[in-house]
Design a protein around this ligand. Structure first.
Ligand SMILES: [Ca+2]
Ligand SMILES: [Ca+2]
Length: 224
């Protein structure tokens, strides 16, 4: 082979090698908030009932930071809350004082006008979202609202297991069920009990394009 043919052969071989080795997948993760509230400390958060400005859970290289806010007035921050007793992740509005909703032994799900924000450290697909209702049960009425990456809120019927895959990096789950004012029924309130999360692979085409560019740069360097 002539020199140019050798170079082309090497470039094509390198591209094929990269194409077949990509994409690199990290493992899927179940973020089991119910188990964490009940004592599982394997996600980098103390396994217990608690409220905080934000709670960051990490497993297999995937992290999610959770926090809360007032849906109608987003500048008002609330707190993420882990409720024990086979419940999960909710929102509480007050961390101190006589009306402290975040005290141990409290019950603080996502109720009307509360939003729960989840920000992942990378783009993910949530393949399944498991909800528990306000009394830690599985029957629901009403809806939840979901906004992905700052997009408009979609209104979706509340259900125990929501198995429509959703892809993004920031997810906001809100409760729009005004019910009877302050008397929103337990079946119209929710905790997020579990999330099955998979990383979104970088498409092979991006790897090919990137490695192709590297090949062109190398080829030009060799010529000059
Ligand atoms: Ca509780
Ligand atoms: Ca609440």
């Amino acid at each position: 082979m002539k020199l140019k043919q050798v170079q082309n052969f090497l470039t094509i071989s390198a591209l094929m090698g990269l194409a077949f080795s990509a994409p690199v997948m990290s493992a899927s993760v179940s973020f089991n908030f119910s188990a964490i509230a009940d004592g599982d400390s394997s996600y980098g958060v103390d396994g217990r009932e608690q409220g905080a400005s934000s709670l960051t859970f990490t497993k297999n290289g995937i992290s999610v930071t959770t926090s809360g806010f007032n849906t109608n007035t987003p500048s008002i921050d609330y707190f993420a809350y882990l409720d024990s007793g086979n419940a999960g992740l909710g929102v509480c509005q007050q961390l101190n004082g006589d009306n402290d909703q975040c005290r141990i032994g409290s019950d603080d799900n996502v109720t009307y006008n509360e939003s729960l924000k989840l920000i992942f450290n990378e783009k993910v697909t949530i393949n399944e979202t498991v909800f528990k209702n306000g009394s830690h049960g599985t029957s629901f009425d009403g809806d939840f609202q979901l906004s992905i990456d700052g997009g408009p809120a979609m209104t979706i019927a509340l259900t125990n297991i929501f198995s429509t895959p959703i892809t993004g990096q920031e997810f906001i789950f809100s409760n729009p069920n005004i019910g009877g004012g302050s008397n929103v029924s337990n079946s119209q309130q929710f905790y997020i009990s579990n999330l099955d999360v998979a990383p979104v692979p970088i498409p092979a085409a991006v790897w090919l394009f990137g490695s192709g560019l590297i090949g062109i740069i190398r080829f030009k360097n060799k010529k000059s």
